[in-house]
Write a protein that binds this ligand. Structure first.
Ligand SMILES: *[C@@H]1O[C@H](CO)[C@@H](O)[C@H](O)[C@H]1NC(C)=O
Ligand SMILES: *[C@@H]1O[C@H](CO)[C@@H](O)[C@H](O)[C@H]1NC(C)=O
Ligand SMILES: *[C@@H]1O[C@H](CO)[C@@H](O)[C@H](O)[C@H]1NC(C)=O
Ligand SMILES: *[C@@H]1O[C@H](CO)[C@@H](O)[C@H](O)[C@H]1NC(C)=O
Length: 363
């Protein structure tokens, strides 16, 4: 009987041990499951805002009061610009699911749109400040400290850069460089509407016209040009004054990309430093005012160049390899945010947007 009892005790002890073990295993397993589930959920929300396969861009108010159709065959970014997995919307009701909400500066500073600061901002959503104006026309941005997560501007150091124009490589090298001397009847042309005496460009124009004939078009001279006439007029000039109205870092506008390059005149540029132009424009395609010790020297150079067919034509050699693409409408610019989306910094706040905007600006 003693032996039996000992066996019994032994049996029940091992049974108890098993039960403990079972409970332990159950605990560990359910813990693991819970962990996995939570981790999965977190990873999912994380992925939605981070590296998502379908980015939604919400434009809060269309720039300058002009809206664009977003209908297309269902997806404008894919249909018009071949940008996949990118949805551009303008319905504010989609705010909670937007990855990026874009605010155009002009309407913000004029007060025709307000920031929806009362709405809870979903974690991971980015607010973008957008402007293609020079700092001279952006107003004071001090009130926008600590609000925006990204900038959209022509500047190369913005989170999303929207240049006024860019170069695309030609698929096949073009031998056909048209005779750039054909139909040239004026030495220097300038199109100006907003003429201000204090602008540096006005000083350079006055000095240059003392030595070189400068034909002036535009509202200032009461010789406005229609957009159809603009390029044919410029094509008759050897040189076109692509003078910017503000001198600001990277501020190179359609005066260079559209007027000069598309018009087929050699651009004489005044704006940001030469290095900013060199970073974006074709080599040996423009003449920068700062390359000369004086405007007089510039004037002499232009006269000699127009008389030297071979050297003049060298300024068009780039056309063998490159073509110019001028900025499209706002839809294209906004869809292009998606191309940058996955390389945006995880977390970023513009604590001093005003300082960022005025960097490299010489009023
Ligand atoms: C677009 O998203 C789909 C899934 O929704 C994915 O299979 C595809 O690779 C994505 N395309 C690009 C170019 O990222
Ligand atoms: C992407 O998101 C938009 C807006 O939320 C939706 O309408 C569209 O069907 C989605 N596309 C894909 C491929 O998931
Ligand atoms: C030169 O002008 C004529 C007449 O206006 C025009 O037909 C021709 O296309 C022009 N040539 C070039 C290279 O611009
Ligand atoms: C965006 O900025 C807001 C406001 O400063 C900040 O709370 C949020 O964490 C930022 N989000 C990202 C994704 O950087």
């Amino acid at each position: 009987a003693q032996v039996m009892e000992r066996r019994d005790r032994c049996f029940s002890a091992s049974l108890k041990g098993w039960r403990y073990l079972c409970r332990l295993v159950f605990c560990i397993l359910s813990g693991l499951l819970l962990c996995l589930h939570n981790g999965w959920r977190e990873a999912n929300t994380y992925n939605y805002w981070k590296s998502t396969a379908n980015v939604t861009i919400l434009v809060w108010k269309w720039p300058f009061g002009r809206s664009y159709s977003l209908k297309g065959n269902g997806n404008v970014c894919l249909d018009l610009y071949k940008i996949p997995n990118c949805t551009l919307v303008d319905q504010r009701s989609l705010f909670p699911s937007a990855h990026v909400v874009v605010f155009h500066n002009r309407e913000l500073i004029q007060g025709s749109q307000q920031l929806p600061i009362e709405l809870p901002r979903p974690q991971g959503q980015r607010w973008a400040w957008m402007s293609l104006e020079s700092p001279a026309h952006n107003g004071n941005l001090k009130k926008f400290a600590n609000i925006f997560n990204m900038t959209i501007s022509y500047r190369r150091d913005a989170d999303v850069t929207i240049p006024y124009g860019e170069l695309l490589p030609l698929e096949t090298e073009s031998n056909l460089v048209e005779d750039s001397h054909i139909n040239k009847t004026s030495l220097v042309c300038w199109v100006v509407s907003n003429y201000r005496n204090h602008h540096r460009r006005s000083q350079v124009y006055k000095e240059l016209s003392a030595t070189d004939p400068v034909k002036v078009y535009g509202r200032w001279n009461k010789m406005p040009l229609s957009s159809e006439d603009l390029l044919t007029t410029i094509s008759r000039c050897y040189f076109y004054l692509a003078f910017e109205n503000s001198l600001a870092k990277d501020y190179v506008t359609e005066k260079l990309w559209h007027n000069a390059y598309k018009g087929g005149a050699v651009p004489v540029v005044l704006g940001p430093p030469i290095s900013d132009y060199k970073a974006v424009a074709p080599e040996h395609s423009f003449i920068h005012v700062d390359e000369f010790s004086s405007v007089r020297e510039l004037g002499k150079y232009l006269q000699r160049l127009a008389e030297d067919r071979k050297r003049y034509e060298e300024y068009f050699n780039w056309k063998k390899h490159w073509k110019v693409k001028v900025r499209g409408d706002w839809r294209e610019s906004l869809c292009k945010i998606c191309l940058q989306y996955n390389s945006l910094p995880q977390h970023k706040v513009y604590s001093d947007l005003e300082a960022w905007d005025k960097k490299g600006y010489r009023p």
